[in-house]
Ligand binder design. Structure first.
Ligand code: ZN
Length: 183
Protein backbone atom coordinates (compact mmCIF):
# COMPACT_ATOMS: atom_id res chain seq x y z
CA UNK A 1 0.00 0.00 0.00
CA UNK A 2 1.25 3.46 -0.83
CA UNK A 3 1.41 5.34 2.47
CA UNK A 4 0.81 8.71 0.81
CA UNK A 5 -2.64 7.66 -0.41
CA UNK A 6 -3.67 6.12 2.87
CA UNK A 7 -6.49 7.94 4.58
CA UNK A 8 -5.99 8.89 8.18
CA UNK A 9 -8.10 6.65 10.35
CA UNK A 10 -8.42 3.98 7.68
CA UNK A 11 -7.20 1.34 10.10
CA UNK A 12 -10.05 2.18 12.43
CA UNK A 13 -12.78 1.98 9.82
CA UNK A 14 -11.50 -1.35 8.52
CA UNK A 15 -11.69 -2.66 12.02
CA UNK A 16 -15.22 -1.34 12.32
CA UNK A 17 -16.25 -3.17 9.16
CA UNK A 18 -14.89 -6.42 10.45
CA UNK A 19 -11.82 -6.85 8.27
CA UNK A 20 -9.92 -7.78 11.42
CA UNK A 21 -12.10 -10.88 11.68
CA UNK A 22 -10.21 -12.37 8.73
CA UNK A 23 -6.58 -12.25 9.84
CA UNK A 24 -5.29 -14.12 6.79
CA UNK A 25 -6.87 -11.58 4.40
CA UNK A 26 -4.01 -9.11 4.50
CA UNK A 27 -1.19 -11.58 4.31
CA UNK A 28 -1.01 -12.21 8.00
CA UNK A 29 -0.87 -15.76 9.12
CA UNK A 30 -3.36 -16.77 11.77
CA UNK A 31 -1.47 -17.19 15.00
CA UNK A 32 -3.04 -19.85 17.18
CA UNK A 33 -2.79 -19.27 20.90
CA UNK A 34 -0.62 -21.57 22.96
CA UNK A 35 -3.69 -23.32 24.34
CA UNK A 36 -4.98 -24.01 20.82
CA UNK A 37 -1.66 -25.45 19.72
CA UNK A 38 -1.63 -27.65 22.81
CA UNK A 39 -5.21 -28.83 22.21
CA UNK A 40 -5.29 -29.26 18.45
CA UNK A 41 -1.76 -29.70 17.25
CA UNK A 42 -0.27 -27.67 14.43
CA UNK A 43 -1.33 -30.05 11.65
CA UNK A 44 -5.00 -29.33 12.26
CA UNK A 45 -5.00 -26.06 10.34
CA UNK A 46 -3.74 -27.66 7.13
CA UNK A 47 -6.13 -30.61 7.25
CA UNK A 48 -9.01 -28.19 7.90
CA UNK A 49 -8.04 -26.27 4.77
CA UNK A 50 -8.02 -29.43 2.65
CA UNK A 51 -11.41 -30.50 4.03
CA UNK A 52 -12.81 -27.01 3.41
CA UNK A 53 -11.59 -26.94 -0.19
CA UNK A 54 -13.13 -30.38 -0.74
CA UNK A 55 -16.45 -29.08 0.62
CA UNK A 56 -16.29 -26.05 -1.69
CA UNK A 57 -15.70 -28.22 -4.76
CA UNK A 58 -18.45 -30.61 -3.69
CA UNK A 59 -20.96 -27.73 -3.30
CA UNK A 60 -19.98 -26.22 -6.64
CA UNK A 61 -20.66 -29.58 -8.30
CA UNK A 62 -23.71 -30.74 -6.32
CA UNK A 63 -25.56 -27.91 -4.58
CA UNK A 64 -28.39 -26.49 -6.71
CA UNK A 65 -28.16 -23.17 -4.85
CA UNK A 66 -24.43 -22.78 -5.34
CA UNK A 67 -24.64 -23.93 -8.97
CA UNK A 68 -27.40 -21.39 -9.58
CA UNK A 69 -25.33 -18.54 -8.14
CA UNK A 70 -22.28 -19.60 -10.16
CA UNK A 71 -24.44 -19.66 -13.31
CA UNK A 72 -25.90 -16.24 -12.46
CA UNK A 73 -22.42 -14.79 -11.98
CA UNK A 74 -21.22 -16.31 -15.24
CA UNK A 75 -24.15 -14.94 -17.19
CA UNK A 76 -23.44 -11.50 -15.71
CA UNK A 77 -19.89 -11.60 -16.98
CA UNK A 78 -18.34 -12.43 -13.61
CA UNK A 79 -17.40 -16.06 -14.06
CA UNK A 80 -16.11 -17.63 -10.85
CA UNK A 81 -12.85 -19.54 -10.79
CA UNK A 82 -13.01 -21.46 -7.52
CA UNK A 83 -9.23 -21.47 -7.07
CA UNK A 84 -9.03 -17.71 -7.58
CA UNK A 85 -12.30 -16.42 -6.11
CA UNK A 86 -12.93 -18.70 -3.14
CA UNK A 87 -10.51 -18.96 -0.26
CA UNK A 88 -10.57 -21.22 2.77
CA UNK A 89 -9.08 -19.47 5.76
CA UNK A 90 -8.94 -19.49 9.51
CA UNK A 91 -11.25 -16.75 10.83
CA UNK A 92 -12.38 -15.36 14.10
CA UNK A 93 -14.88 -17.90 15.49
CA UNK A 94 -17.66 -15.27 15.42
CA UNK A 95 -17.93 -15.43 11.59
CA UNK A 96 -18.45 -18.34 9.19
CA UNK A 97 -17.62 -16.58 5.95
CA UNK A 98 -17.17 -13.28 4.22
CA UNK A 99 -16.90 -11.46 0.91
CA UNK A 100 -13.88 -9.28 0.27
CA UNK A 101 -14.91 -6.79 -2.41
CA UNK A 102 -11.39 -5.40 -2.80
CA UNK A 103 -9.98 -8.77 -3.83
CA UNK A 104 -13.33 -10.08 -5.15
CA UNK A 105 -13.01 -13.20 -3.06
CA UNK A 106 -15.41 -15.26 -1.00
CA UNK A 107 -13.90 -16.38 2.27
CA UNK A 108 -15.04 -19.69 3.75
CA UNK A 109 -13.99 -19.96 7.38
CA UNK A 110 -12.45 -23.40 7.52
CA UNK A 111 -12.46 -23.51 11.31
CA UNK A 112 -16.18 -22.60 11.55
CA UNK A 113 -17.96 -23.83 8.39
CA UNK A 114 -16.80 -27.39 8.77
CA UNK A 115 -19.59 -29.38 7.14
CA UNK A 116 -20.90 -29.53 3.56
CA UNK A 117 -24.19 -28.01 4.75
CA UNK A 118 -22.55 -25.03 6.43
CA UNK A 119 -20.22 -24.56 3.47
CA UNK A 120 -23.21 -24.47 1.13
CA UNK A 121 -24.88 -21.81 3.32
CA UNK A 122 -21.75 -19.66 3.39
CA UNK A 123 -21.10 -20.01 -0.35
CA UNK A 124 -24.69 -19.17 -1.31
CA UNK A 125 -24.81 -16.12 0.97
CA UNK A 126 -21.41 -14.76 -0.02
CA UNK A 127 -21.89 -15.46 -3.74
CA UNK A 128 -25.00 -13.26 -3.56
CA UNK A 129 -22.73 -10.46 -2.28
CA UNK A 130 -20.33 -11.17 -5.14
CA UNK A 131 -23.25 -11.06 -7.56
CA UNK A 132 -24.46 -7.73 -6.13
CA UNK A 133 -20.95 -6.36 -6.41
CA UNK A 134 -20.58 -7.68 -9.96
CA UNK A 135 -23.85 -6.11 -11.07
CA UNK A 136 -23.63 -2.87 -9.17
CA UNK A 137 -20.03 -2.31 -8.13
CA UNK A 138 -21.45 -1.82 -4.65
CA UNK A 139 -19.53 0.24 -2.16
CA UNK A 140 -19.34 -2.08 0.82
CA UNK A 141 -18.21 0.72 3.10
CA UNK A 142 -21.38 2.65 2.31
CA UNK A 143 -23.82 1.62 5.03
CA UNK A 144 -26.92 1.90 2.80
CA UNK A 145 -25.43 -0.40 0.21
CA UNK A 146 -24.19 -2.80 2.84
CA UNK A 147 -27.58 -2.99 4.53
CA UNK A 148 -29.25 -3.55 1.18
CA UNK A 149 -26.98 -6.36 0.11
CA UNK A 150 -27.14 -8.01 3.55
CA UNK A 151 -30.93 -7.99 3.51
CA UNK A 152 -30.93 -9.46 0.02
CA UNK A 153 -28.38 -12.12 0.90
CA UNK A 154 -30.33 -13.11 3.99
CA UNK A 155 -33.70 -13.17 2.24
CA UNK A 156 -32.50 -14.93 -0.86
CA UNK A 157 -30.38 -17.50 0.89
CA UNK A 158 -32.78 -18.41 3.64
CA UNK A 159 -36.35 -17.67 2.59
CA UNK A 160 -37.71 -16.67 -0.78
CA UNK A 161 -34.75 -17.94 -2.76
CA UNK A 162 -34.93 -21.39 -1.20
CA UNK A 163 -38.66 -21.69 -1.72
CA UNK A 164 -38.35 -20.37 -5.25
CA UNK A 165 -35.79 -23.07 -5.96
CA UNK A 166 -38.06 -25.67 -4.38
CA UNK A 167 -40.86 -24.50 -6.68
CA UNK A 168 -38.47 -24.61 -9.59
CA UNK A 169 -38.90 -21.01 -10.70
CA UNK A 170 -35.65 -19.47 -9.55
CA UNK A 171 -33.34 -18.45 -12.34
CA UNK A 172 -30.62 -15.87 -12.90
CA UNK A 173 -33.32 -13.81 -14.59
CA UNK A 174 -35.45 -13.75 -11.44
CA UNK A 175 -32.45 -12.87 -9.33
CA UNK A 176 -31.63 -9.97 -11.61
CA UNK A 177 -35.24 -8.81 -11.40
CA UNK A 178 -35.32 -9.02 -7.61
CA UNK A 179 -32.12 -7.02 -7.56
CA UNK A 180 -33.76 -4.09 -9.33
CA UNK A 181 -36.26 -3.64 -6.55
CA UNK A 182 -33.44 -3.03 -4.10
CA UNK A 183 -32.69 0.72 -3.85
ZN1 ZN B 1 -23.49 -11.10 4.20
Amino acid sequence: MNPSTEQPGEEKSEEKWGFDLYPERRGEKYKPSLTKIALLGEGREQSQKIKCEKNVWYCAKSSPLVKLMLAALKSSGCEVDLTRHVSCEVCDVSVSGGYDSELNQVVVCQNVARTEGLTQGVLTHELIHMFDYCRNKLDFKNIDHLACTEVRAANLAHCSFLSAVAQGDASPFHIAKAHQSCP
